[in-house]
Every structure is written in structure tokens, then in C-alpha cells.
Design a binder for this molecule. Sequence first.
Ligand code: PRT
Ligand code: ZN
Length: 292
Amino acid sequence: MENQLTPTEPIKLAIQKSGRLHDSSMQLLKECGIEVSNGNNQLRIQSSNFPLEIFFLRDDDITEYVQDAVADIGFVGENVVKEKCKEVETIEKLGFGKCRLSIAVPKNGSLKSLLDLNNKKIATSYPVILADYLEKQNISAAIHEISGSVEIAPRIGLADAICDLVSSGSTLFTNELKEMETVLVSEAVLISSRGLSSGKQGILDRLLFRIRAVKKAKNNKYVLLNAPNDKIDSICGLLPGIKSPTILPLAEKGWSSIHSVINEADFWNVIEQLKANGAVGILIIPIEKMIV
Ligand code: PRT
Ligand code: ZN
């Protein structure tokens, strides 16, 4: 039995020190109600209201720290997890840092399809993922590993094609390249070290509960609308909500107010159908946290 007088050892979370994932990682912790001061140039800081200690690292080092249990958990891109092949567990997608790892070729060049890459040279910072992909596709190409500015490789004659991360596509566009194949779709994920102590597993479960509530809230909206009573059944069919919609009578006879929750993914589709079914005065409200 755990000694109630011993303070719980905090779980150690590795996040990116600076770069594309840093702000969203800190924001997610904040939305989970975890207070941390983002101290300048500190290597590690502790939360004041949750048993969590944060290590700030380069994204490339996070999987190794977690594998070696120097950190217990980490927030890092799936692309890094797949490339580094470390012994860590991927627990949860985090909904930010979304991108894809794609093969791109010169816009007006002769390479049109994957088969054209046979015996060609591809520059990338992701040699492991790319080699695995090419093997599965039965393509034999030379992989040239470079660590940065991959997009200039075809122009300077270093390679015929590239394999790099893409989000808006503007880097490819500026460098007169076009996407040919998506090799991997990626976003930031929560990874964990294998064999956490039961105390740390308990803290991870609490953190996961909060992360899922935050993610769910982002994926859903609260909807309020008015409808004539004879339309209630058809409208409720479109808005199943968490358990079922709330229906309240309006002061005006023959009308009701319906409250429910609507998923972001089919949002516009459902709104159009609600209108077609006689809903008026539709209000959509963001949800801060959602626990179901
Ligand atoms: O210093 P450190 O090593 O920690 O950071 P880093 O420079 O290696 O990584 P960073 O901050 O650039 O990216 C961290 C993580 O963000 C990546 O591992 C991905 O999981 C995720 N991510 C999401 C991206 C992008 N989108 C992205 N667009 N990482 C890099 N890019 C680059 C891409 O390499 C290319 O140069 O952005 C350019 C393309 O962007 P678009 O918008 O022009 O298409
Ligand atoms: Zn990096």
C-alpha cells in the first residue's frame, strides 16, 4: 500500500523546447487545467497544481528519452516516432501538429508516377519511413539523407525527388515542386515509456482523461434552436446529442427549444438538414470541456 505521507512522484513529460509543437503542447496542458510557468531557457519545470514535471527537449530526442525512461511520457510528432523506431507506446493522438510526409517531384519534370522513381535519387530527413514505403511499393530508389532544406535538393542537382513534411504546401509551391505520393499522415501524439509504475500510470490516466475531454469539446459544438412542435421528432433524429436532446417549451404556443451537441465533422451537413426541417433561430456555442 502506498504511504499517504509520501508525496506522489510527478510524471515526467517531454515536450519540444521550441518549434512548431511547443506552443500547442503548452496550450493543451493549460486547457487541461495544468499550471506551469513557461520559464525562460529552463530545462525542466514543475506544475504547481498537478503531479507533472516538464522536460524541454529537441523533438528528435523525445522518443529516446521516453524509451530510456528518463522521461515517462512525451508529446511528439508521429513522424518522429515512426522514424526513430524506439520502444515506446503511442497512447493518444493530440489533434495538433498535423502534416503529411510526401514524395514531391519537380513540377514540370519527367517524373509523373511512383514507377518513374525507380533508380532515381530521393532526398529526405526520413530515410527509415521512406525506405519502408518504397520497399512495400516495390520501388528501388537511392535514398539520400539530409537534415534540413530538403526542398532545394532537386534544384541544386542533389536528388531527383524529395520526401518531406508538408502542411500548407507553400514550401513545395515556392520551390516549384508538386506532391506525388503521401507516405504518412501525421500529428502530435502522446507517447509513453513501457512499464510505468502504478503511481505514474495513475497520473497518466488522470492526464488522459483531461486530454480526451479537451479534444472532445473541440470536436463538438453546443446547438440551440427553435422548432414548431410537429417537427420535434425529425429534428431530434438529426441531433442525437450525448444521451438525447433537451426539449423545452417556448412561451409561444406550439413551439419548442431544442438543445443538443453536434459533431464538428458533420456540422454543416446537419445544419442544412435542420433548416430544411423547419428549425429557426439556430445558435451554435463552443464547448469548453466535454465529459461523457
Ligand atoms: O529544434 P527541433 O529539432 O526541436 O525542431 P525541428 O526544427 O526539427 O522541428 P519543427 O519545429 O520544424 O517541427 C516539429 C514537428 O512539427 C514535426 O516533427 C512535425 O511532427 C510537425 N510539423 C507539422 C511540421 C510541419 N507541420 C511542417 N510543415 N514539421 C515541419 N514542417 C516543415 C517541413 O519540413 C517543410 O520544411 O515545414 C515546411 C513545409 O511547410 P508548408 O506549410 O510550406 O507545407
Ligand atoms: Zn528536430
